[in-house]
Design a protein around this ligand. Sequence first.
Ligand code: MG
Ligand code: MG
Length: 268
Amino acid sequence: MIFLKTSAELEVIRANGVILGQAHAEVAKIIKPGVTTKELDKVAFEFIKDNGGHPSFLNYNVSGKKFPASLCISINDVVVHGIPSHYQLKDGEIVSIDCGVFKNGFHADSAYTYAIGDVKEDTLKLLRATKNSLYLAIEQAVFGKRVGDIGFAIQNYCEDLGFTIVRELVGHGVGKSLHEKPEVANYGKRGDGPKLKENMVIAIEPMVNEGKKAIHQENDGWTIRTQDRKPSAHYEHTVAVKKGKADILTTFKFIEEAISKSEYIVNI
Ligand code: MG
Ligand code: MG
C-alpha cells in the first residue's frame, strides 16, 4: 500500500527535514582527521534529542537485530550502513553520513557524502556524479511519471560517466514508517513501475560505485562494502511528488554552509 500524505503531514515531514539538515550540519562542523565516528554519532543524537525528535535509525529493527546508533557512517568502500566506532577519520577519505529524524509521527531521511582533505580526483568525480544524479532523479519525481523514470535518470547519468549502480539497496517511501512502499531503485527503465501520484513521499538515494557494482555484507550484519574495495558514494533527499516539480522536504542548506566554513571538507 502506497500512502499519500495530507498537506499538514508534508509540513510535519518538512519541519523534521529542517532538524535533520541541522543535525547533519552539526556533524559536518566537527568532521576532520582524527575525529572518531562515534563522536560524530553523539553530536547527531544529542542535537536530534535536544530538538524533540528521535533518531530514526537508533534501534531500527531488521529481523530481530537492532541498529546501535543514530547515524550510518560509511567510509570509502563502505556503501551504506556503517556502524559508528572508535575509528578515526583520515585525510583523503570520503565519508557518507545517513540520518533520519522521527518527530510528531513522521520520519525524514537524508544522506550526504563528504570528501576530507586530499581526495583523489576520480573519487571527487564519483561524488559529483552521485549528487548530480540525485537532482536529475528528483526532476522525475512528478505526477505522471513512474518509479522507473527515477531509476533510469540515475543509472543513465552515472553509467555514462563510467560508474556503476548498486542493485541490492534502494530508495523507499517515507512516512509513519521509515521504509514504506514503493521501493525506488537507482536503476530502471523509463515508463516502468508504479505511477507517481501527488503527495507520495519518497526517499531518493543513489548509491554509486567507482568500480564494479557488486557488494557484500560484513559479519557485523550491517556494513555493506564494495566487493572490489573501490569507493562508493551516497546522497539522499526525502521528496514529495507534485505536479510539475517535486517538493524537496529535506535540505542540504545547513550542510553546505558548514562545508563552506570547514578547513577539512572539500567543496566538491
Ligand atoms: Mg537515509
Ligand atoms: Mg533512506
